[in-house]
Design a protein around this ligand. Structure first.
Ligand SMILES: Cc1ncc(C[n+]2csc(CCOP(=O)(O)OP(=O)(O)O)c2C)c(N)n1
Ligand code: SF4
Length: 256
């Protein structure tokens, strides 16, 4: 960490620190040197994370983290490039970059801190805000269906896709580690609590209430597949967790 950049901007109880910790733990397990690793982000609370890491980092413009990361990989494929992003950054303004980075299957590791809201700007609706959830721009509850970021990444062509939460620290770390190892685009979605702008409007009075929700509503993808085969219903508020895909499509920007 860059000690001179502390204290960080995250509110107390924010899940971003946990996801950052899991990411750095996985990078550490890979043994990657800081001289050969670049962290890239757009704009948002989550996107502030690379600024605290003692390595080369690019804090770019909102939504464009993947465009900058693509440029780095094309110019210097020998570098490890890790993108830290938020649901707004990745799937709203940056949605187009997301699908094309997955389609091209560029050798990037993308960790999305999905707090289901625009945190930094005060709590506006995002593409992953659950239907009926309250935000400053949906005071009567969101009427829109939410994006499933993992399904999107799979459909667009990413080689590795996994979802965990800030409660599942070990599983999330293992998933990021798997993503770092696999050539091509790895997408790891980390559901993360935002007590300040999501939690307080949506009946999570304390930060830990939302972490508890992640714990009690998580359901493994294998169980979902079994239930589907048996023709049984999946609870509508279930959070599907685990490794969604691991494959070997041709990738771009892979280290020689
Ligand atoms: C081009 C542009 N449009 C809008 C903004 C304002 N803005 C800053 S952060 C943000 C959304 C952040 O949401 P998310 O990416 O989910 O990150 P979080 O803060 O929730 O971690 C927006 C709309 C901006 N900085 N630049
Ligand atoms: S506003 Fe939300 S996402 Fe941003 S630092 Fe605070 S708790 Fe975290």
């Amino acid at each position: 960490m860059r000690a001179d950049r502390l204290p960080h901007i995250f509110c107390s109880g924010c899940g971003n620190g946990t996801v950052l910790n899991c990411t750095l733990n996985a990078v550490d397990q890979m043994g990657w040197k800081k001289e050969e690793t670049v962290f890239v982000s757009g704009i948002g609370c989550s996107s502030r994370a690379p600024g605290y890491i003692l390595a080369d980092s690019l804090h770019t413009t909102h939504g464009r983290a993947l465009a900058f990361a693509t440029g780095i990989k094309m110019a210097k494929p020998e570098l490890h490039v890790v993108v830290l992003t938020g649901d707004g950054d990745l799937a709203a303004i940056g949605g187009n970059h997301f699908i094309h980075a997955c389609r091209r299957n560029i050798d990037l590791s993308v960790v999305c801190m999905n707090n289901m809201i625009y945190g930094m700007t005060g709590g506006q609706v995002s593409p992953t805000t659950p239907r009926t959830a309250l935000s400053t721009t949906t005071p009567y509850g969101s009427a829109e269906p939410a994006f499933d970021l993992c399904e999107l990444a799979i459909a667009a062509g990413a080689n590795y896709v996994s979802r965990w939460t800030s409660f599942h620290v070990k599983e999330l770390t293992r998933a990021i580690l798997a993503g770092l190892r696999i050539p091509g685009l790895s997408f790891i979605e980390a559901l993360s609590q935002c007590p300040t702008n999501f939690g307080k409007r949506n009946k999570f009075r304390q930060a830990m209430d939302q972490v508890e929700y992640f714990k009690t509503h998580g359901i493994l993808i294998e169980k979902v597949q079994r239930l589907r085969e048996e023709g049984k219903d999946i609870p509508p508020d279930a959070i599907v967790l685990g490794e969604m895909i691991r494959r070997n499509r041709p990738a771009m920007g892979v280290r020689k």
